[in-house]
Design a protein around this ligand. Structure first.
Ligand SMILES: NC(=O)C1=CN([C@@H]2O[C@H](COP(=O)(O)OP(=O)(O)OC[C@H]3O[C@@H](n4cnc5c(N)ncnc54)[C@H](O)[C@@H]3O)[C@@H](O)[C@H]2O)C=CC1
Ligand SMILES: Nc1nc(O)c(N)c(N[C@@H]2O[C@H](COP(=O)(O)O)[C@@H](O)[C@H]2O)n1
Length: 656
């Protein structure tokens, strides 16, 4: 039986058309249909992002409150205290009657920090308490964003809410946008005159998130089914924010009596899941000046401490692109430009332009006064130098994004093989077959594809990084992870124990690659913690429901799902099972090119082979299983590279 439908859904992807999630390294929900997401290189075009998704990401759905005429001070406090005492579930409050002001809260925090001085907390949150960093933040007129004073500490106060605090409306308006990613508004009450508004918020992790599971149009009148994608109840922290607007406008923030005393997670955890609107507003403003998202992202990264203070440690170029989308849709004619001192190099992202070093010396030395180590960031030890030999022979076999059929990505099979068509000595054993030159070529190929796909057998055997480690590529002296390919792992039953120690996640944390997407089948049992963890790293699970007659995932469905996620080209590296299957006749229409590194060795019959099913001709005699066309052989060091094309010409396919 062949099931002929595909549902590709990201697990845990909230479907909120009015509310674009800046999930780490993520884009809007594919289930929102065509036009939902752009991962496309940013050559000035905006891919398929829709205007609705370009909206800034705040959960404030309520209309703006109007400012009201001044009211007497006593009336204000009366109303404020009424509002503070009022609670739907509990009467009274477990907080002091007199809330602290901001400096009181900061002093208290400082005293606690001193008391805890021996508890060696190495989190970056603490690192940003360094006065030198505060100084940098305050002084710096060079950064694209301008943090309000003491931002890191005030974010923490507003996250912890350990005491009720009373702040001015100005302070609230300045700082709240930097912490609004933590909170989801539950409801709002206003006093009759409108002077006083009470907003109830819960921690984002308390709310389950849903998305629709359908990716195709539904019959008329049928409402899409909502699927729960994040279990709620992970944190039971709740607050109320009482705003009193008048002559003496104040805002009081306090836990509600039903709330837990502390969050069940730290602030970093939320910052990873969602960006705050204060930070994104700076990115949006910069994008309205016509700068490339990757250039904005790069400039942000020049001030890592300030970025971290503002809750932007996990900011991705996709976040910047998403927040820029609205302006870019409205201004399609504007050719986006990099910032002064940078240039856009196709395939390498934004890099510092020649001669910019001198121009930006002043900037660097200004920073190095505070943090000398930042002025010359050390390159990662695993960096590979860019190939000095010609790789022109690869060109005809590489993706050409300009002439893509939208429904499927360009597919390149690329692997290293012995003379006897083995790719490893035995299943589960990593075997080096590429010499140094071929290795550089492989990394170059990775840089030319949006995604690198492997089977779970390879992940379990090799624990690969699956990133591009060429100098200049994202994370390797180049700028931004956006130029890194997306690792994709085919793991229908969820065999891979995804863990923060695995190389793909470590690579992602180090900013040297993207976190993987794991393709699973609907029956796979995915532990909710694993789900959250992978999402926190910027990865995701994709469920595919399309099988062939042997109940194996149908590659057409996998490839279509990747295309719908914005992947325009995918390099499939292995292993033996995946490659052999894809070389079978049923898939030749989907495979564009094959690039095989042949090594001068025989691995023997115990090795993992790449070999499609045998084929018989019309008389029943054995025939070659597959003959690539437009074949070219090129020696490279001790290897020979075989390039060929697989997908028949259009005319051939039409039988002309
Ligand atoms: N020399 C080279 O270039 C490379 C060598 N390798 C080697 O290959 C070996 C691994 O190969 P294999 O064991 O064959 O594993 P594999 O990496 O091909 O993964 C096979 C697994 O993927 C899943 N899978 C693949 N296609 C599927 C489909 N259509 N439907 C459902 N599930 C599907 C299944 O769970 C299957 O067991 C390792 O030793 C690795 O070192 C891997 C990649 C490249
Ligand atoms: N091109 C090539 N040559 C070889 O000799 C190989 N063993 C492989 N293996 C593939 O590369 C992955 C390792 O990637 P990282 O270096 O860890 O990023 C491995 O998993 C195979 O897909 N490839």
């Amino acid at each position: 039986m062949e099931l002929n439908f595909t549902i590709a859904s990201r697990i845990c992807r909230p479907h909120q058309p009015h509310n674009m999630d800046h999930d780490a390294d993520h884009a809007p929900d594919p289930a929102s249909g065509p036009g939902s997401w752009s991962i496309a290189p940013e050559n000035g075009s905006i891919g398929r992002a829709s205007a609705a998704q370009a909206r800034d990401d705040v959960d404030h759905t309520e209309e703006e409150l109007e400012l009201v005429p001044p009211v007497p001070h006593e009336a204000m406090h009366e109303a404020m205290h009424e509002a503070m005492d009022e609670d739907p579930q509990h009467s009274g409050s477990d907080h002091p009657a007199t809330p602290m002001n901001l400096s009181g809260a900061l002093e208290k925090q400082a005293r606690q920090a001193e008391a805890n001085a021996n508890a060696n907390d190495s989190s970056s949150e603490n690192a940003t308490n360094d006065p030198a960093i505060e100084e940098l933040g305050e002084k710096s007129g060079l950064a694209l964003f301008n943090n309000p004073p003491n931002l890191s500490r005030i974010r923490r106060v507003l996250f912890e809410c350990s005491d009720a605090i009373e702040i001015s409306l100005d302070e609230y308006q300045t700082y709240w946008p930097f912490i609004d990613n933590v909170w989801v508004k539950q409801r709002s009450n206003s006093s009759k005159e409108g002077h006083c508004t009470t907003d109830y918020y819960m921690c984002r992790l308390r709310r389950p998130t849903h998305r629709t599971s359908e990716t195709r149009p539904l019959p008329e009148g049928k409402r899409p089914r909502k699927k729960r994608v994040r279990e709620g109840g992970m944190c039971n922290f709740q607050i109320k924010v009482v705003r009193f607007e008048g002559a003496y406008s104040t805002v009081t923030i306090a836990r509600t009596p039903g709330s837990s005393d502390v969050h069940s997670h730290d602030l970093d955890f939320i910052d990873r899941v969602k960006r705050n609107s204060g930070l994104m507003e700076s990115a949006r403003k910069e994008s309205c000046k016509g700068y490339l998202p990757s250039s904005i992202y790069t400039k942000f990264q020049e001030y890592p401490e300030m970025l971290s203070e503002a809750g932007g440690r996990f900011l991705t170029v996709t976040d910047v692109r998403n927040v820029s989308a609205k302006w870019r849709i409205q201004n399609p004619e504007v050719k986006l430009i990099p910032h002064d001192g940078y240039e856009y190099q196709k395939g390498h992202g934004i890099v510092r332009s020649q001669g910019a070093a001198e121009r930006s010396n002043e900037t660097i030395s200004a920073q190095s006064r505070v943090h000398p180590q930042d002025s010359a960031p050390a390159l990662p030890p695993d960096i590979l130098s860019f190939p000095q030999f010609s790789l022109d022979f690869l060109q005809p076999y590489l993706p050409n994004h300009a002439d893509r059929r939208g429904e499927f990505p360009h597919v390149t099979l690329s692997y290293a093989s012995s003379m006897d068509s083995k790719i490893s000595l035995r299943a589960g054993m990593q075997t080096v077959l590429s010499g140094p030159e071929a290795k550089l070529m492989t990394h170059y190929l990775r840089s030319r594809h949006d995604a690198i796909l492997i089977g779970v057998g390879t992940v379990l055997a090799d624990n690969p990084g699956l990133n591009c480690r060429l100098e200049g590529a994202g994370g390797f002296g180049g700028l931004g992870r956006m130029w890194q390919p997306r690792p994709v792992v085919i793991d229908p039953t969820g065999r891979w124990p995804v863990h923060p120690d695995c190389r793909m996640l470590r690579t992602a944390v180090e900013g040297k690659g993207k976190a993987p997407w794991v393709v699973v089948s609907p029956g796979a049992q995915i532990n909710p913690q694993t789900l959250m963890m992978l999402k926190g790293y910027g990865g995701d699970f994709l469920r595919i429901v399309e099988y062939n007659q042997h109940w194996r995932l149908h590659w057409e469905g996998v490839l279509r799902a990747l295309a719908s996620e914005g992947i325009k080209s995918v390099m499939i590296e292995g292993g033996g099972t995946v490659l052999s299957e894809l070389l079978n006749p049923e898939y030749t229409n989907f495979i564009d090119s094959i690039i095989v590194t042949v090594a001068p060795t025989y691995l023997g019959s115990g090795g993992v082979s790449v070999s499609p099913h045998s084929k018989l001709d019309q008389e029943g005699n054995p025939n070659a299983a597959l003959n690539p066309r437009e074949v070219k052989w090129t020696p490279l060091g001790q290897n020979v590279i075989m390039c060929g094309k697989i997908r028949p010409h259009e005319e051939e396919r039409r039988g002309e």
